[in-house]
Design a protein around this ligand. Sequence first.
Ligand code: C5P
Length: 409
Amino acid sequence: MRGKKIIIGVCGGIAAYKIPQLVRLLKKRGACVRVALTDAGARFVSELTLATVSEEPLYRNIFPPTESEGVDYTRHISLGEWADALVIAPATANTLARLSAGLCDDMLAAIFLTLRPGKPVLIFPAMDGQMFLSPSVQRNIATLAAQGCSIVTPESGELASGICGIGRMPEPETLVAALEEALHERALSSPLYGKKVVVTAGPTREKIDGVRFISNYSSGKMGFAIARAAVERGALVTLITGPVHLSTPPGVERVDVESTAEMNAAAEGFFGSCDLFIGAAAVSDYRPAAPYEGKMKKDDEHIELRLVKNPDILAGFGRQKSASQLAVGFALETRTGLESARKKLTEKNLDLIAFNFFDRKTCGFDVDTNILTLIGSDGVATELPQLTKDEAAGKLLDAIEQRCLNNGL
Ligand code: C5P
């Protein structure tokens, strides 16, 4: 659950009083939780309570409170992109009808419509027993189930009306267990499940002398996001990283290196055994031929630094990979460098390359977003919009999964 982004949609049923407890349980397990509340839901549980326990703003109306200033045109669609899973609890007859009909009249409905395919949607209907068993509710449930939503049948017991019957929402612990299982199942269904994945990340440092080096602005964020996303899909991930200020994503085996030669040596150890090699490191192409021992003095007016070429780690893997191994790389170019990226794809014998450019504001080095164009070995290019690096990593892995399926891997 650690690091998982969960949206809880809360509708107007008495069981809504259990949701603050659900939020706390998920947060204790390290999840990031946001709550979308329907208007009727707000009659049962307060916005303040939910915002406080989730430590996030509450999502309710599609429309911003003031329309004249600071309008965020993507507010109604960005959460569906953000979430790893959506839990609707309690789900009322009214919201089941709205969702099955495809209405988009509040934030919860908008999130439901914009959630990315393959992300789990768990729906916990909770209502009066007769209402639950009515043909209309059952029809709407069947429609949502056919769309891939997991509907968790309510429990039987005493209902708010005092009548005993089916319709009770399970306790928060049961909801957490169901969500954990759904997320695990998603990993199981990924072609990357159990695959050995090696990711290189960050910059390298090439020593000039004992205190100076050649490097670049790479932060390692893209490679770390890829490693995190691969673990979430059940891969066994080794992350070989140059010096960065990032914490290791849970479940990732991390190997720290400094120079390209060290990164190459570490990577070569996995060339024979990995299923997928992703070169996301910004490797120094050259290194000083003869690094100075100790600290260079500034006695001379001019000095010459002779550089020699570093090994190309990814090309090395591309040369020797077998038919069952995949090689994926990045090509950081100028804005118009698509052709150069295509050339690298061929020259390095890659299955996929992610072309990106750098402006140090929206994409490339040391920023939180990226704009990728994915080019497959079949030449087909897919342009992605500006995305967070986590989202871009997800898209890259979606494309890799597709290749695994196409190649029967
Ligand atoms: O040729 P260029 O350096 O632009 O290629 C970039 C891609 O190759 C990236 O995926 C990078 O991680 C990888 N690379 C490498 N070893 C090098 C240079 C680049 O693995 N020495």
